[in-house]
Design a protein around this ligand. Structure first.
Ligand code: DX5
Ligand code: ZN
Length: 215
């Protein structure tokens, strides 16, 4: 079976020493690093922008997976690409021409991810599945770490896994929100290939253990 990838979300890390945290999580066996960018508009919380992510780029050689929870990703994605993000995730719920922004991100040499919130119908992202490298299924309403996993995500993951297999598509299926040992297990059973986890990993002082237990 294909190895499950773990993407720790820096949202639950100690921001006062973000660079060290990025280094530590990379050494603990993470496969990629997930950055939650929030603008206080698309979601009711504010985190950090491209300059902060750029400032910690030198602390890790892992893939930087940037989850843009912002209302206008079209205006800002390039700033994230320029400061070291490798994968750029845009929400289907934003008002924009998704097809053309995804194409722009890829032509700029980066990978594109389409993200879908719990209340949004999975069919909304079907038109992009042949185009993107990654699909992110939210299993909480975005904005905060430490929330409870919403099982509504599971049939979405199953349906994506089915389409991927049937059409032999290349996108990877990622799940984000409320991931712990139990919800990791059911997400993997449903077909998730990349698990994003914040609080579950960072609450343990030894990051290696939770990363291993999620796999
Ligand atoms: C939620 C973020 C998640 C979050 C996950 O808005 O997209 O990445 O940090 O945190 P946990 O694992 O604590 O639910
Ligand atoms: Zn996220």
């Amino acid at each position: 079976m294909k190895k499950i990838k773990i993407a720790p979300s820096m949202l639950s890390s100690d921001f006062s020493r973000l660079g060290e945290e990025v280094r530590k999580i990379s050494e603990a066996g993470a496969d990629m690093i997930h950055f939650d960018v929030m603008d206080g508009h698309f979601v009711p919380n504010i985190t950090f922008g491209p300059m902060v992510i750029g400032s910690v780029r030198k602390f890790s050689s892992l893939v930087f997976d940037t989850h843009l929870m912002i209302s206008d990703p079209g205006k800002y994605w390039k700033a994230f690409a320029d400061t070291g993000s490798d994968i750029i995730g845009v929400h289907i719920e934003t008002e924009m021409d998704h097809k053309s922004i995804i194409k722009d991100i890829q032509q700029y040499g980066k990978k594109a991810c389409i993200v879908i919130n719990p209340p949004t119908n999975i069919e909304k992202i079907y038109p992009f599945l042949e185009q993107v490298e990654q699909v992110l299924v939210m299993s909480v309403n975005p904005g905060f770490g430490g929330q409870k996993f919403m099982p509504e995500a599971l049939p979405k993951i199953e349906s994506l896994a089915g389409i991927k297999a049937r059409k032999n598509l290349g996108f990877e299926i990622q799940v984000d929100g409320g991931i712990n040992e139990e919800t990791a297990r059911i997400s993997k059973e449903a077909g998730a290939e990349i698990l994003v986890a914040g609080s579950y990993i960072f609450k343990n002082p030894d990051y290696k253990k939770p990363i291993e237990s999620l796999r």
